[in-house]
Design a protein around this ligand. Structure first.
Ligand SMILES: [Fe+2]
Ligand SMILES: [Fe+2]
Length: 246
């Protein structure tokens, strides 16, 4: 199965549309969404409607999704993030809120594991270091484990008999081969709010038969997303950062 892997859409419908179109053109038969559909952007409703019909969809709840449906206290969020959560709460229909409220925090399949933050702390931990990767190893079983939350396209690996983990940023045109006897945690970066100084939407393709993962960066109409956010009255900082990728 070829899976389209994506995370942290954050209500950026134009970026999501471009990524889903790329997945379809490249033969995706399943979809892995690492959470945070909502938050920051103005179009969580449109994003939920685009994601829910995807075939073979596996999706976990992110911290912004949890806050949207009242499962996480807004004290954990800064004022700009809170403004976006409150804006989107107003526009989501009942069945959309039900979809988000029903998302699991952890998905364990025969060909991957899926969680938003980390296997140890599903909604809160930003997994960014080798030390955290090693600390998390005992909390999950099936490799690869896909995560989101930090918005950084990055992988961690413990390969073969190695005692020391490897890590690096994921770049386009560099497919990873995922060895059967090794452990990998992979973050596909963010669709809707990249933070690695590259404003292009990030996503990946996971081939569970060939056991490969490849990262891609997708161009989209960022000015349209910014216009919609401005019209929604969202904080200017949230709007302007999209062109800079931070
Ligand atoms: Fe996020
Ligand atoms: Fe998050």
């Amino acid at each position: 199965m070829i899976y389209g892997v994506f995370s942290d859409v954050h209500g950026n419908y134009e970026a999501l549309r471009a990524v889903l179109s790329f997945f379809k053109k490249n033969g995706a038969g399943g979809y892995i969404c690492c959470g945070d559909i909502a938050g920051y952007g103005a179009q969580a409703s449109e994003c939920v409607d685009a994601i829910t019909p995807l075939p073979n969809l596996h999706c976990v709840m992110g911290n912004h999704d949890a806050a949207l449906v009242g499962r996480m206290d807004l004290k954990w969020f800064n004022p700009t993030a809170t403004a976006a959560i409150l804006y989107n709460r107003h526009f989501l229909r009942g069945e959309q809120l039900e979809f988000i409220a029903g998302l699991p925090e952890l998905v364990e399949r025969e060909d991957f594991t899926l969680v938003h933050g980390s296997p140890k702390s599903h909604l809160k931990e930003y997994l960014l270091s080798e030390m955290q990767f090693m600390d998390n190893l005992r909390y999950w079983k099936v490799s690869p484990c896909f995560i989101g939350h930090s918005h950084m396209p990055v992988y961690f690996a413990l390969e073969g008999e190695a005692k020391v983990p490897a890590t690096d940023f994921l770049k386009p045109m560099c497919a990873m081969r995922l060895a059967q006897d090794s452990r990998y945690i992979i973050n596909p970066g963010s669709v809707g709010q990249p933070r690695d100084s590259n404003p292009l939407a990030a996503c990946g393709l996971y081939d569970s038969s060939a056991r490969t993962f490849e990262l891609f960066r997708i161009d989209y109409d960022v000015e349209k997303t910014k216009r919609v956010m401005r019209e929604a009255g969202l904080p200017p900082m949230l709007v302007e950062r999209l062109s800079l990728g931070f």
